[in-house]
Design a protein around this ligand. Structure first.
Ligand SMILES: Nc1ncnc2c1ncn2[C@@H]1O[C@H](COP(=O)(O)OP(=O)(O)OP(=O)(O)O)[C@@H](O)[C@H]1O
Length: 362
């Protein structure tokens, strides 16, 4: 009976708006213990990603030339995610489709720029996702060379490793075929093999183990365990909760762009499963309302709401608050570039109009 009351109370709270004030745990809080005093590998504070739904250059120019047109729709893929990860932590990242897992991992790997927030990464990262960094028109072998060069490997190192990478990938003669003809499993094998041979400090794996065949998944998991034993830091996104449970020590649960929970894998997985059971029991109409409400909150989120959260965070001093609120210059640089293109086009247009009127006099 008592158990039922607790469950009911927990379930009711799912409906309430989720507004974390200090969503990351302090060092040595339960779920974030650092018994061997490991150095911090990743410290994220209020990391956001604001997607522009009309994000093509044409959409942006359109919006400037038609100021009366309604503003582009924004979507906050991440609404201010904060956490600490220590050397040797193996962290599962879970959450329903569209919650923001890939967005977070792409930001951690440097493949995507965050909109704002402070992110300190101590070491090299390597992202492993089925499509990441693979050029469809290049062969498998050329992709190995390209990705390795991008990771700062020398030609000699690449040639020395080439046979091992190919052997691990099990692609055999297909290695000289363009990647666009590969199945998703084959891409995953190639991507995985390239990534593990880069020997990064921080390994980021996005769903890549779920598409290969079972034998390869086992081999890949064994390789990951080897990394774990060496004390590497690993982020592991997967919908396969069994794999997350088997392989990770801590888990981050992301929901609609928020960090819902971070702590010991067992506890986070149990809470996530409870939530999923609660969600699945709802009538379709209620599920739609729930999802719509959360997505709307992601559309309507803004910098004021973000600042309110940061301001209330007692764990941060003023300097850290300012840093956490700061917009990332990369995003702004893109805007400046867009403006330059527009200004140059307007000047070119005015000059041609002058030339035309001048020539028309003769
Ligand atoms: N380039 C983009 N422009 C606009 N919205 C985007 C873009 N990329 C992702 N999103 C949106 O951001 C949200 C988070 O997406 P993300 O891919 O990070 O989720 P996910 O948790 O990895 O999902 P899945 O489990 O399905 O892979 C989604 O609602 C998605 O539609």
């Amino acid at each position: 009976m008592a158990e039922k009351e607790v469950a009911t109370q927990d379930l009711a709270s799912y409906d309430e708006p989720f507004t974390p004030v200090a969503p990351y745990k302090q060092l040595d809080e339960p779920g974030n213990e650092n018994p061997s005093n490991q150095p911090i590998k990743v410290a994220a504070r209020y990391v956001t990603k604001e997607y522009d739904m009309g994000s093509s250059r044409k959409d942006k120019i359109d919006a400037i030339l038609n100021p009366l047109k309604s503003e582009d729709e924004k979507f906050w893929g991440l609404k201010g995610i904060s956490f600490d990860v220590f050397e040797g932590d193996v962290v599962g990242v879970i959450g329903v489709n569209g919650s923001g897992k890939s967005t977070l991992l792409n930001i951690l790997s440097g493949a995507l720029a965050e909109t704002s927030g402070s992110l300190d990464i101590n070491g090299t990262t390597s992202l492993l996702s089925v499509w990441d960094g693979l050029r469809p028109n290049l062969t498998g072998r050329e992709n190995i060379r390209l990705k390795s060069l991008m990771m700062g490997r020398s030609n000699a190192e690449i040639e020395a490793e080439m046979d091992d990478v190919i052997e691990f990938s099990e692609l055999d003669k297909f290695i000289d075929q363009p990647v666009k003809y590969y199945s998703s499993g084959m891409r995953s094998k190639l991507g995985f093999s390239i990534a593990v041979h880069q020997d990064p400090d921080i390994m980021i794996i996005d769903e890549a183990l779920s598409v290969g065949d079972q034998t390869f998944s086992k081999k890949a998991l064994a390789k990951m365990k080897e990394f774990k034993a060496q004390g590497k830091t690993i982020f592991f996104v997967s919908h396969a909760l069994g794999q997350v449970e088997e392989f990770t020590d801590k888990a981050i649960w992301i929901q609609y762009g928020e960090l819902r929970e971070y702590g010991e894998t067992k506890k986070v997985l149990q809470d996530y499963k409870d939530w999923t059971a609660w969600y699945n029991k709802m009538a379709q109409k209620d599920k739609d309302t729930f999802v719509k409400g959360n997505k709307q909150a992601q559309n309507e989120f803004d910098r004021d709401q973000l600042w309110t959260r940061i301001e209330q965070d007692d764990h941060l001093d003023d300097k850290a608050k300012t840093r956490a609120f700061r917009r990332n210059a990369v995003g702004d640089r893109l805007l400046v570039w867009d403006w330059l293109v527009i200004i140059a086009s307007v000047i070119a247009f005015i000059m041609s109009a002058y030339m035309f009127t001048y020539l028309a006099h003769f």
